[in-house]
Design a protein around this ligand. Structure first.
Ligand code: IPE
Ligand code: IPE
Ligand code: MG
Ligand code: MG
Ligand code: MG
Length: 325
């Protein structure tokens, strides 16, 4: 059995052998740029880890792992346009470094390459099922992204609606990656279900942590602009919970700031963070994250492989939720 870092390094080798140094450079250089910027490689590593629960060799899962990573990076390129984000992994976002049209088309071609690599799965009998699953979770990312945008201009979002939105935009792809790895290894249907549910709950916890880091992280390690969600009026768990707990004065300030786009962005961020702090929002969001972490672990426990094989997945789940980047 491989450690997660061994799997990551196998994956990085595969990426290197299948890089995007292609012509025309105006289309592919940005693809190469974003893929080389790094990132945690979470989805491919999880895919290979779930494969590795059943099979020692992971070579036959590398192209699918690449498909998930390319799709994820495609979603980031378009997400950064939609969120007007200046920074990604500590460097300029594609639309900042190049322009918006570049972000659109280079993103589009990445989506196409994601399918191309999924098709390169050696076991052709499995390809239709992989494609069906991939298409489902990829469409859910778009559905989640649309809700995320819709919510920016609404002040009546419920916590249930938020949780559904993050399940779509973030958790589905993580769940899909875990199920794909196991599918490629010929895992039984019940395990496929529990691995998907492990990923779905982990993904929700992962996005809760992302929302916490967006406000409370450190720009140098997180690699994204701190306070970006507040500037964009994102209805994160932090905002929704603060609205629930706020007194009338705090509520009015939040409602006003989070429905407008004041020029003094840093002052807006500072005022909102002061209210969050007064209401202990960071700890409350962290508790919610732990709740989903527990649900995830409960599903992993039901996967029918010997306990010692699950240790790496348990560890990575824990690390992810304590992550600072
Ligand atoms: C960022 O994903 C987008 C979210 C779903 C929160 P990651 O945090 O996995 O980003 P990288 O790939 O490691 O940069
Ligand atoms: C992540 O949402 C969802 C997708 C990229 C599909 P965010 O907008 O919170 O992601 P970051 O924080 O920009 O990475
Ligand atoms: Mg974003
Ligand atoms: Mg976004
Ligand atoms: Mg975010």
């Amino acid at each position: 059995m491989h450690t997660p870092s061994e799997l990551k390094s196998l994956f990085l080798d595969y990426m290197q052998q299948h890089n995007f140094q292609l012509a025309p450079k105006e289309l592919f250089e940005p693809v190469d740029y974003i893929l080389q910027l790094g990132g945690k490689r979470l989805r491919p590593v999880l895919l290979l880890m779930s494969h590795n629960l059943y099979q020692t060799e992971v070579d036959s899962a590398l192209s699918a792992a690449y498909a998930y990573e390319i799709f994820h990076n495609f979603s980031l390129v378009h997400d950064d346009i939609m969120d007007e984000a200046p920074l990604r992994r500590g460097k300029a976002t594609i639309h900042q470094k190049y322009d918006i049209n570049t972000g659109i088309l280079s993103g589009d071609v990445m989506l196409i390459y994601a399918y191309k690599y999924l098709l390169e799965t050696p076991d052709k009998n499995l390809v239709p099922e992989l494609m069906t699953l991939f298409s489902k979770v990829a469409a859910e990312v778009c559905i989640g992204q649309q809700y995320d945008m819709n919510f920016e201009t609404s002040d009546s979002i419920t916590i249930a609606a938020y949780l559904q939105m993050i399940e779509y935009k973030t958790a589905s792809l993580i769940a899909g990656a875990l199920k794909t790895g196991a599918l490629l290894a010929g895992a039984p249907a019940e395990d496929l279900y529990h691995l998907y549910e492990f990923g779905r709950n982990l993904g929700i916890a992962f996005q809760l942590q992302d929302d916490i880091l967006d406000t409370y992280g450190n720009a140098a390690t997180f690699g994204k602009r701190i306070g970006g969600d507040i500037v964009q009026n994102k209805k994160t768990y932090l905002v929704l919970k603060a609205m629930q707990l706020a007194n009338n004065t705090q509520k009015q300030v939040l409602e006003n700031l989070l429905s407008t786009y004041p020029k003094e962005e840093e002052a807006k961020i500072a005022t909102v963070v002061d209210i969050f702090d007064a209401l202990d929002i960071k700890a409350i969001a962290s508790e919610k994250k732990d709740e989903y972490h527990q649900k995830a672990i409960a599903h992993l426990a039901l996967v029918k492989v010997v306990e010692e094989r699950k240790i790496h997945l348990q560890e990575i789940a824990k690390e992810l939720l304590e992550r600072v980047k």
